[in-house]
Design a protein around this ligand. Structure first.
Ligand SMILES: Cc1ncc(COP(=O)(O)O)c(C=O)c1O
Length: 412
């Protein structure tokens, strides 16, 4: 019963690429459903890191020696790989970052510092992760700008009817999440960017929950900036990238100063390299970039459409089975959604439910998920969140349902 439709993809052997999944936690087989927080890493990525450190490790763009040229070549090839992965026009449109948070802070400080004026408005949505909210609060305060928000409907989708009214001439930038990390809502990114572009508003997309889960092409979407994290798509922590349309990046001043980003330095003044190097001060996370490229190779072997289909099958299956659990309510849209299920259990705090599950080997997340304003919008202290990736199975969902059914009995 409850079998998935089979596809030619060999999911069991893909799962076997993730050694961490094969372990017991609290005496039970681990079920890892905290993928929206960070995903696990396949052997292929771990091997790429190991190979780099065992054979090529050196600083980039500096030494005139063989290892440094190899490290530089691998680092710059990784940039080209990222550009291709998200459909950028050129590797020069890719800045390596520590992740989504750093990419958004870069734009807030470099773009906002140069272009925002007193009285200007930044348009966000009510469903933004703190990473796509706090950086704008900081720069708004520095520049005397204001924030404005697209509301979220009760079903977890964005209320798009007021968008035209919200995009007034004071709005200079519209930043929104591609996929909500709490609700699973997939926002119509191309449509939102087209509306903003039509009135000359710059766009930034938080791609933390989309880049590793579905095909993403920044030129088809038509955004100006797109930020994402490597660690949420099989790459190492501390890796990620910011896409900036060439014309946009070229117009931005540096935001961090230091080595690597300069052309020449005098005691009083310096001149800077062109984008993207101007934004990468200091020794970058070279291994992280190489690991990110290895993760991209890995994901593309499976195919992002195949991953998206698998996500949808798992999520639909979980939603269907949740109906068997009394007193449980899933947040977010009833139709198409990302592989994220945020839910609440009547009269039980999400921390208690998540700890109950952990004792049975099921790793989920409980709390506000860095979405405090959104939780307030729904009148909740938080939710419990199960988030899936392509190595998860329907059998694991069946076990989750059994554990949650036990929780219902335990907590009543
Ligand atoms: C939607 C969204 N945006 C931004 C972030 C921040 O990503 P990072 O911590 O990798 O910078 C997350 C992480 O959970 C997220 O889910």
């Amino acid at each position: 019963m409850h079998q998935l439709r089979t596809t030619p993809t060999d999911w069991p052997s893909i799962r076997a690429d993730f050694p961490i999944l094969d372990q017991q936690v609290h005496g039970q087989p681990l079920i890892y459903f905290d993928n929206a927080a960070t995903t696990q890493k396949p052997r292929q990525v771990l091997e790429a890191l190991r190979y780099y450190y065992e054979h090529d490790n050196a600083n980039v763009h500096r030494g005139l020696h063989e290892l440094s040229s190899r490290a530089t070549e691998a680092y710059e090839n990784a940039r080209a790989r990222v550009a291709q992965f998200i459909g950028a026009a050129s590797p020069d449109e890719i800045v390596f970052t520590r992740g989504t948070t750093e990419g958004i802070n870069l734009v807030a400080q470099a773009w906002g510092g140069k272009f925002l004026r007193e009285g200007d408005t930044i348009l966000l949505t009510e469903m933004e992760h703190h990473s796509n909210l706090v950086p704008w609060q900081l720069v708004a305060e520095q520049r005397g700008a204001r924030l404005r928000f697209v509301p979220v409907r009760d079903d977890g989708t964005l209320a798009l009817e007021p968008l035209d009214r919200l995009l007034t001439p004071e709005v200079k930038l519209f930043a929104f999440t591609h996929v909500s990390n709490s609700l699973g809502t997939i926002n119509p990114a191309a449509e939102l960017c087209a509306k903003a572009r039509a009135v000359g508003v710059v766009t930034l997309i938080d791609g933390a929950q989309s880049a590793g889960h579905m095909p993403v092409n920044v030129r088809e979407i038509g955004c100006d900036f797109f930020a994402f994290s490597g660690h949420k798509m099989c790459a190492p922590t501390g890796s990620g990238a910011l896409y900036g349309r060439a014309e946009m990046l070229d117009a931005l001043p540096p935001w961090h100063g230091g080595g690597e980003m300069i052309v020449s330095v005098a005691l009083e003044k310096s001149s800077f390299k062109k984008a993207p190097h101007r934004f990468e001060a200091g020794t970058p996370n070279i291994a992280g970039a190489i690991g990110l490229a290895a993760a991209i190779d890995y994901l593309e072997t499976i195919g992002r459409s195949t991953i998206a289909e698998h996500d949808a099958r798992l999520t639909n299956y979980a939603v269907e089975r949740f109906a068997e659990l009394p007193g449980m309510r899933i947040l977010g849209p009833a139709g198409e959604r990302g592989a994220i299920l945020g839910f609440v259990m009547e009269n039980v705090h999400p921390h208690d439910l998540t700890t109950f599950a952990d004792q049975r080997g099921l790793a989920m997340r409980g709390g506000h998920h860095c979405n405090q304003p959104l939780m307030r919008r729904f009148g909740l202290p938080g939710t419990t969140r199960a988030s899936f990736y392509f190595y998860n199975t329907t059998e694991e969902i069946d076990r989750m349902i059994d554990i949650l059914r036990d929780a219902v009995r335990f907590f009543v």
